[in-house]
Design a protein around this ligand. Structure first.
Ligand code: F0G
Length: 447
């Protein structure tokens, strides 16, 4: 099957982005030429996965596909219990509700939007304990996703282990630019938290991509398979939330996986309240089958090399032309440093949002803001958060675009970079209460 792409005129794009309030999330996909908004749910399923879709067992309870999914999860990730959910945030909602009490602190290696919101809605407070290098786009540290163990230790000393229900550990840290953690760092986090009786809950969303970087960069890991490394990462944690729409190559789906029976029981009960029966969790049987097959495909060596290799291809091209991007190049996306491209725009004029809109205007390529708009507001004070990273994310769906598409994207970014003096800042004219980046609207400021 092929998906047709549609080219648009400059006039059409001007109208479309104005109607979308200069927010690429509010564009209609028919007005988009090459869609690098996200790698979430946008990957192409394989022939095997499509065949699996035809074997959907749509029984309300105890679907055969659930048991296939449970087997695949145990085989690749190694946890004992599975709670399927409609997507990643469904799992985040459930685990946050179970483990977090009002006033709790949840340390983690940089926030992710939905993960942090669910922790806050459960009464907790997220605390960033990632290494400082992660906040510096130019640092070439090979594992910029790592936890700073001193920061974690002092948080435990300051708040006490009782106030820390778990450490929220991400792989291929999205907001840092798709930056990996090392096995060595995760082992150290594990032993520190173990000594204090604190759990580690993994956000396993892009774990295979992280494993690929470990295999390439971490001493002694070169001969291991991606599957072995993924298995070891998971074995160092007590459970995971998974947005299966990324690594696992499905258009929708997610799960919560756990080792402790008592927490699993609570989770499967909350699943019935918020998602669906615990053997489908908001998914159709056919979705669970595609996911079970996708899990296996996600750890195939050739696939992961080609996937990360394509991101690298785009990143190297941009960097080679002197366009400031986050280094090292991440696993799922290339991130442009909007502060460096638009140094004359203060952060309150949303340079990354403005740059993302400008790229769309130039070519119909859709990207996403990952800066001040995404960071939102402090929930206690209501004050805006101004993150150090002010980025535009060019996110690559898996198995969808060719290298030639990447050339078109790169040329458009170059053209926008060359005419960057004409890009106007933005003011926010509509701000929704939660996760504002999805639905906020903007207007250009006068030059
Ligand atoms: N964790 C990470 C690291 C994610 O990237 C996402 C989603 C989620 C959790 C939430 O999962 O969307 O299935 O509910 N990230 C998408 C993105 C939206 O574009 O990066 P979800």
């Amino acid at each position: 099957m092929v998906e047709r792409v549609r080219m648009t005129s400059r006039e059409e794009r001007e109208r479309a982005i104005r109607d979308a309030g200069y927010n690429t999330f509010l564009l209609r996909s028919r007005d988009v030429y090459i869609d690098l908004l996200t790698d979430s749910g946008t990957s192409a399923m394989s022939d095997e996965q499509w065949a699996g879709m035809m074997r959907g067992d749509e029984a309300y309870a105890g679907s055969t596909n659930f048991y296939h999914l449970e087997d695949a999860m145990r085989r690749v990730y190694g946890y004992r219990y599975l709670v399927p959910t409609h997507q990643g945030r469904g799992a985040e909602h459930i685990i946050s509700k179970i483990l977090i009490r009002p006033g709790d602190i949840i340390p983690g290696n940089m926030y992710f939007t939905t993960t942090k919101l669910h922790q806050e809605l459960a009464g907790g407070k997220f605390l960033d304990v990632i290494i400082d290098e992660a906040h510096d786009p130019a640092s070439t540290h090979p594992f910029k996703g790592n936890v700073d163990l001193d920061k974690l230790e002092s948080a435990i000393r300051k708040y006490g282990a009782k106030k820390i229900p778990y450490v929220s550990m991400a792989v291929s840290v999205n907001m840092a630019g798709g930056q990996p953690i090392s096995l060595e760092n995760l082992r150290a986090v594990r032993s520190l938290t173990k000594a204090h009786g604190i759990r580690v809950i993994l956000d396993a969303t892009r774990v295979a991509e992280n494993a690929y970087f470990i295999k390439r960069r971490e001493p002694g890991q070169q001969k291991r398979t991606i599957a072995e490394i993924v298995g070891e990462i998971c074995s160092l944690t007590d459970g995971c939330t998974m947005s299966a729409k990324k690594d696992c190559l499905v258009n929708v789906g997610g799960f919560l996986a756990l080792n402790e029976e008592e927490i699993y029981e609570q989770a499967s009960n909350l699943c019935v309240v918020y998602e669906g029966l615990h053997t489908y969790g908001g998914l159709a049987g056919r979705d669970m089958e595609a996911l079970a097959i996708g899990i296996g495909e996600s750890v195939e060596e050739d696939h992961i090399r080609a996937r990360v290799g394509q991101v690298e291809y785009l990143g190297k091209k941009l960097a080679g032309w002197g366009i400031p991007i986050v280094l090292p190049i991440g696993g799922h996306a290339v991130f442009i440093d909007a502060r460096k491209v638009l140094p004359r725009l203060p952060q309150k004029h949303f340079p990354a949002q403005a740059l993302s809109a400008a790229i769309y205007l130039d070519s119909g390529v859709r990207t996403m803001e990952r800066g001040a708009v995404s960071a939102g507001r402090n929930r206690e004070t209501g004050k805006p958060i101004w993150p150090r990273l002010e980025l535009v994310r060019l996110t690559l769906p898996r198995r969808v675009y060719t290298q030639a598409h990447m050339d078109v994207v790169a040329e458009s970014v170059l053209a926008v970079h060359e005419s960057r003096d004409q890009i106007l800042g933005l003011k926010m004219v509509y701000e929704p209460r939660f996760l504002r980046f999805f639905q906020a609207k903007f207007q250009p400021l006068d030059s």
